[in-house]
Design a binder for this molecule. Structure first.
Ligand code: IVH
Length: 401
């Protein structure tokens, strides 16, 4: 229902079973387990988030807006791995908040934000409210009998299965629109963009409020996998990892491309750009990564980022239009923001008639004048911004603002 949108039973049957479960748990509270579906929305609000040290640092990626630099990147990696056939995967770059999910003995144990890359916040209670996040992974729960620790006096099992995966939490585009419609209806300020709102949602201390935010998650990475069940082979490549994650019940990238050359990578980047607007989440680029984990290991890391991956960012969409007027918007806190009143223009899916001019300094720096022809841009922000003035189109005698 939540991962593939392919329900296996009707909503009615699901509700009946869910209510039966709630009744049973009410009558036999000792039988409530942390991975019960009833436990997605936790109890009391937290006082603060506990810090979590990451097992492997959560790094960022080198990024570029240039296809030539993608070709240089491929050459660079080829130099690091001479005579090897390079095999690549291209994935959508989800514009959300990086997340690490750790399962111990098949149960979701910790969900942590990236923080400074070394240490993040424990946001497990908030992440549990996301229905597509499995609370329990059967394959990692049922340890083989012979290998189970049977000694009576030991509290900790000797054999532990661990799965730590990485992904991106986001607000769906539709969910974000709905949230803003609710804000508007309640006379509240609208949120500027989906990414910051997702980040803000994860920082809320009350999971009951978080549960109302339409958050979701895509999982694309692996930090650790240890399963004492020897018959299960660990993934050796990105493609194997994504297949495995999918079969475990995780939501994985909408579409991926496998490429063998720089030309194929460029084709994939362009193909993704053509379809990404139809995705339920915002994307701001393509992530290019080596498929083979053995090759990744040989390529290694710099202090900040892996040498085996790179993000290609799409240029934000821009449109040209006329600036009719500049008005001043008064925020709730009394802050004054100059707003460009524009001749309506179609940009990235919506008609834009207003754009932010940020502040007086920005107006002066860009020398924006009423009557000018301007370029407006949507860069992940729902509220567009005036980027620059097309001075060559300025009417004679136009006065500075
Ligand atoms: S792989 C070592 N794959 O983009 C880091 N990251 O700008 C490997 N992101 O920190 C990250 N979609 O938060 C990867 N399909 C994807 C991604 C992705 C979004 C984020 C991630 C990363 C940031 C880098």
């Amino acid at each position: 229902y939540y991962v593939e949108a392919k329900p296996t039973i009707s909503d009615r049957d699901y509700d009946a079973l869910y209510h039966e479960l709630l009744d049973l748990e009410k009558n036999f509270p000792e039988l409530v387990t942390p991975d019960s579906p009833s436990q997605r929305v936790g109890g009391e609000p937290l006082k603060a988030f506990k810090p979590v040290k990451h097992l492997l640092p959560m790094l960022s990626l080198d990024n570029t807006y240039s296809q030539d630099e993608v070709r240089d990147f491929v050459k660079r990696v080829q130099k690091l791995l001479p005579d090897e056939k390079l095999d690549w995967v291209v994935e959508p770059k989800v514009d959300g908040v990086a997340m690490s999910l750790r399962y111990e003995n098949g149960k979701l144990a910790v969900a942590a934000t990236r923080g400074n890359g070394i240490e993040g916040d424990d946001v497990t209670a908030n992440i549990k409210t996301i229905h597509s996040v499995p609370l329990s992974l059967t394959e990692f729960t049922e340890l083989p009998k012979s290998k189970k620790n049977n000694s009576e006096d030991s509290v900790h099992p000797v054999l532990k299965s661990i799965l730590e995966v990485r992904g991106e939490v986001y607000l769906t585009k539709a969910g974000f629109e709905k949230l803003n419609a609710e804000q508007r209806a309640a006379g509240e300020e609208v949120y500027a963009n989906a990414r910051n709102t997702a980040a803000g949602s994860l920082k809320l201390l009350d999971p009951k409020i978080v549960a109302k935010r339409p958050l979701d998650v895509v999982i694309y990475g692996l930090a650790q996998i240890e399963n004492p069940k020897s018959e299960i082979r660990n993934p050796k490549s990105q493609i194997e990892l994504l297949d495995r994650l999918k079969s475990l019940g995780f939501k994985t990238p909408e579409k991926i491309w496998r490429c063998r050359s720089a030309d194929e990578l460029i084709d994939a980047i362009n193909a993704l750009d053509k379809i990404r607007k139809k995705f339920s989440y915002e994307t701001d680029g393509a992530v290019i990564k080596l498929n083979s984990f053995a090759q990744r290991e040989r390529a290694g890391f710099t202090a900040k980022a892996p040498r085996w991956a790179m993000a290609y960012k799409y240029a934000p969409e821009q449109a040209e239009t006329k600036l009719r007027d500049i008005t001043i918007q008064v925020g709730r806190t009394g802050a004054l923001t100059p707003v460009a009143e524009l001749e309506p223009v179609f940009l990235a899916g919506t008609t834009v008639a207003r754009a932010t001019l940020h502040n007086a300094d920005e107006i002066a720096r860009k020398d924006v004048r009423i009557g000018d022809t301007v370029l407006v841009e949507k860069a992940g922000e729902i509220i567009p911004a005036v980027v620059s003035v097309l001075v060559e189109k300025r009417p004679a005698g136009n006065q500075p603002y």
